[in-house]
Design a protein around this ligand. Structure first.
Ligand code: SAH
Ligand code: SF4
Length: 369
């Protein structure tokens, strides 16, 4: 494990000013909005497409680096729609360099982390944050322990993705998958999350396939219903982690508001409406949710649904007594689900030695400063 501190910084809340919304950036706008914006400055519509092609298609590092733009337009954009501030303040690599995690400092001193995972078959996945912190308070999650700061703007979300797309581009590789599984609850910031997806999908720019995007939610039922209405075929993952209310409520406070039965009903509705398979995330925790009896209960809950279960062995969080089960217990859990006909995989632990579970790098950094 190699950590490079690129800048000394304090992440204490007192270091951050009270403004809640970042300045509007060029990455917040849709292509149509950018056309209209530039038109109010007397610019022809093709300028917006040049910006778009430069930033999303050719992966220029910023508007200044878009070679097709004349200097006056660059200054206009810098003044009116500056690129979002995403300053890498800590960079950590693991898995022989295949996993790269960055802690970005935002314009107001808040910090979020994103992870790039390269695979041998050529795939490369970015795990992106949707909020600085999280208000959901799941007991096993480092982000939840750190509390909620604010929503990210669409531009701040897109900016994380473009950062890693540029890193891959420099190696002659391409970004193939995006997962909204970093810090924060994406469906609690749905408007910005959706805008970020639309911008990445825009055919005049990156033309990123929505089928290669996964949004993960803690289980906000009304937002799941809303998400099902959206037109692009983005994948949805639900963090279930327990099949009964008593246990799930003890792990995830959100379950007191939308219990397991309501959540699973919303998931079923989602699959029926969209005809798309839903994923359930299940983090296995020793002596808690990982017994064979619990696997049976999970199978009974999901029977007949168009779904897939991702089993994740818990990533240990410093200061928490929770730990993953043994490899044998993990296999027994998986076997039980498979025997019941529920498709499932045990997710590979990437970057476990760099504390890849969301929110951990931020905590480490705050402790060190
Ligand atoms: N807020 C969203 C997305 C971000 S968390 C959600 O909860 O779904 C991404 C995934 O990491 C979720 O499935 C979450 O439950 C899981 N997770 C959080 N902390 C973890 C840990 N310590 N070990 C394993 N998985 C964890
Ligand atoms: Fe928030 Fe997801 Fe962590 Fe729960 S698991 S605290 S919803 S980021």
């Amino acid at each position: 494990m190699e950590t490079i501190e690129t800048r000394p910084i304090s992440l204490r809340p007192s270091a951050a000013p009270a403004r809640l919304k970042p300045p509007v950036s060029v990455l917040d706008l849709s292509l149509e909005e950018l056309r209209l914006n530039l038109a109010t400055h007397g610019q022809p519509t093709y300028r917006a497409e040049q910006v778009w092609k430069g930033l999303y298609g050719s992966l220029a590092a910023g508007t200044d680096a878009v070679t097709t733009l004349p200097a006056p337009i660059k200054s206009l954009l810098n003044e009116e729609l500056p690129m979002p501030v995403l300053a890498p303040i800590s960079s950590t690599r693991a898995d022989d360099g295949a996993t790269h995690k960055i802690l970005f400092k935002l314009y107001d001193g808040r910090a979020v982390e994103s992870v790039l995972m390269r695979y041998e078959d050529g795939r490369a996945t970015v795990c992106v944050s949707s909020q600085a912190g999280c208000a959901m308070g799941c007991v096993f999650c480092a982000t939840g322990m750190g509390g909620f700061d604010r929503n990210l703007s669409a531009g701040e979300i897109v900016g994380q993705i473009l950062y890693f797309a540029r890193e891959l581009h420099a190696e002659g590789r391409k970004l193939t998958n995006i997962v909204y599984m970093g810090m924060g609850e994406p469906l609690a910031n749905l408007r910005a999350v959706w805008r970020s997806i639309e911008n990445l999908h825009e055919p005049k720019g990156m033309n990123f396939s929505p089928r290669r995007i996964t949004v993960s939610t803690v289980g906000l039922v009304p937002q799941i219903r809303k998400f099902a209405e959206y037109p692009l075929p983005v994948n949805l993952a639900i963090s279930l982690h327990a099949a009964d209310d008593e246990l799930r409520s003890s792990m995830m406070p959100v379950n007191n508001r939308w219990p397991v039965s309501e959540l699973v009903a919303a998931a079923k509705e989602y699959t029926e409406r969209t005809r798309r398979r839903i994923s359930f995330e299940y983090a296995l925790i020793a002596d808690s949710n990982s017994s064979v009896a619990q696997a049976r209960a999970l199978a009974a809950l999901l029977r007949g649904m168009l779904c897939h279960v991702n089993l994740i062995r818990l990533n240990k969080v410093p200061g928490s007594p929770l730990r993953p089960p043994t490899a044998e217990e993990t296999r027994a859990f998986q076997r039980e689900l498979e025997a019941a006909g529920i498709p499932c995989t045990v997710r590979l632990e990437r970057g476990a030695d760099i504390l890849a579970a969301c929110g951990q790098l931020r905590i480490e950094h705050a402790l060190a400063t």
